[in-house]
Design a protein around this ligand. Structure first.
Ligand code: 2M8
Length: 423
């Protein structure tokens, strides 16, 4: 079984490779996406550390002067095939943007330092031969400085996201309340090439897209400078900030390997972990998101709120595990972890980030369970990741209860993480 999964995963990754990087899926996602590339590179590192390094190099080529790693690096030949694309962002006109490539102005969750450290660990000799860590350490430090500096819009020590796309969990119920006050009348005409590749019932609605475009326009037209005082979407997300803390710990490991002082990274991870406490919701037994514009914490249980299980020294481990295994999530019958509270009336096991199980999330939960010594449940999730991926042609996401496939197929991070589980 493991050989079959590995062979099929490798074939998907090979087919989705485009000279310098891997696209998330041919058709629906024709450019390079930031956090996808980290997951993809972790998988690639098992079969080709060299290619994993190229994947990250291509991503860092899009870094802005302020340190940000953009959500998307555009393939100039595919501008018609995804919206909003390079012609919407016109990034070269924005001060501080890279001039060799065109990118989005937004970002995605910071799983990059974590990925770089994992790629190094997969083959340290190869990594040293190519100076992989030396090459990337200062870029990662600048990326984190951007997030901890300009993005700490609430002054709480947590980074804010400024658009649902930055969460990676685009139409998560976490954003519903704030989305209500976002206008839907963007100046740009709504163009939905995504609907040529995916069922409309499995994608965000036209109304949501109007709001997504409105926010992206406003952020772009303010020079992507994070200084727009009245900007209406400023959210502290537990998933985003957990990955920042986990990545700070990876930077501490990278610094140690390079013989550099790394205590500041450990301190920073600790500060983020402590600041996250303000996002813990005892009655849900998990973390949630905070709206920085009015200080309210959203009362909804989503997969984002369980990812803090990855934090060492997590004080709510028992409660988080109880929530994971209780009726809101696994309930003794799920094959992979649902993205949204199964007891919620609007849980929909087929709709994008509003119920289905995603392979990257279950993979991160399995990583956390392994670290906590819950190896049986980690093995259960890892086994289902590989099996469901290979059986259903590497779907973007699945029904958590039946395993039925949804979204696009031959999806790269599904393939990469299925491959990873075979090692
Ligand atoms: C989805 O997001 C993009 C926008 O970034 C989209 O819906 O068009 C999300 O699942 C996100 O997490 C992922 O990085 C991206 C590409 O796979 O697709």
């Amino acid at each position: 079984m493991a050989e079959l999964i590995a062979a099929r995963s490798t074939a998907v990754l090979e087919a989705n490779w485009r000279t310098t990087h891997t696209v998330p899926a041919a058709g629906l996602y024709p450019h390079q996406w930031s956090w996808d590339s980290s997951f993809i590179a972790v998988g690639l590192s098992r079969i080709s550390p060299r290619r994993a390094g190229q994947e990250m190099d291509a991503l860092f080529a899009g870094q802005w002067d302020d340190g940000r790693l953009p959500q998307i690096i555009f393939d100039p030949h595919r501008d018609e095939d995804y919206a909003p694309g390079a012609s919407f962002w016109q990034s070269r006109l924005i001060p501080g943007s890279p001039k060799q490539v065109e990118t989005a102005g937004l970002v995605q969750p910071p799983n990059h330092a974590w990925a770089v450290w994992k790629i190094h660990q997969a083959d340290p000799a190869e990594s040293r031969r190519r100076s992989f860590l030396e090459r990337n350490y200062s870029k990662l430090v600048r990326w984190h400085e951007y997030l901890s500096g300009r993005r700490d819009r609430g002054g709480s020590g947590l980074a804010c996201i400024v658009h649902p796309w930055e969460s990676g969990t685009d139409n998560s119920p976490l954003w519903d309340t704030v989305m209500k006050r976002i206008p839907a009348d963007s100046k740009t005409e709504l163009n939905r090439p995504d609907l040529q590749h995916a069922d409309a019932g499995e994608r965000p609605s036209q109304k949501e897209y109007g709001k997504y475009f409105w926010m992206a326009e406003r952020y772009r037209d303010h020079g992507c400078d994070d200084a727009d005082a009245d900007y209406p979407f400023l959210m502290e997300d537990p998933l985003f900030n957990t990955l920042l803390a986990v990545s700070e710990l990876a930077l501490a490991d990278i610094a140690a390997e390079l013989g550099l002082p790394g205590e500041a990274h450990g301190d920073r991870a600790q500060q983020i972990t402590e600041a996250l406490e303000a996002l813990y919701v005892p009655e849900l037994g998990c973390y949630s998101a905070r709206d920085v514009t009015d200080g309210t914490v959203v009362k909804k249980a989503t997969i984002n709120g369980l990812i803090p299980l990855l934090l060492p020294g997590q004080v709510h481990t028992d409660a988080l595990l109880e929530t994971l295994n209780g009726p809101r999530f696994m309930d003794g019958r799920a094959l992979l972890v649902p993205s949204y509270d199964a007891t919620a009336v609007d849980h929909n096991p087929a709709l994008y980030w509003r119920g289905p199980a995603w392979f990257n999330m279950s993979w991160m939960v399995a990583e956390a369970l392994d670290r906590l010594g819950h190896t049986d449940q980690a093995a259960f999730l890892r086994g289902n990741i590989g099996r469901l991926a290979a059986e259903h042609n590497f779907p973007e996401y699945v029904d958590p209860w039946t395993g039925a496939a949804h979204g696009t197929r031959r999806f790269s991070w599904t393939a990469a993480l299925a491959l990873e589980t075979t090692y």
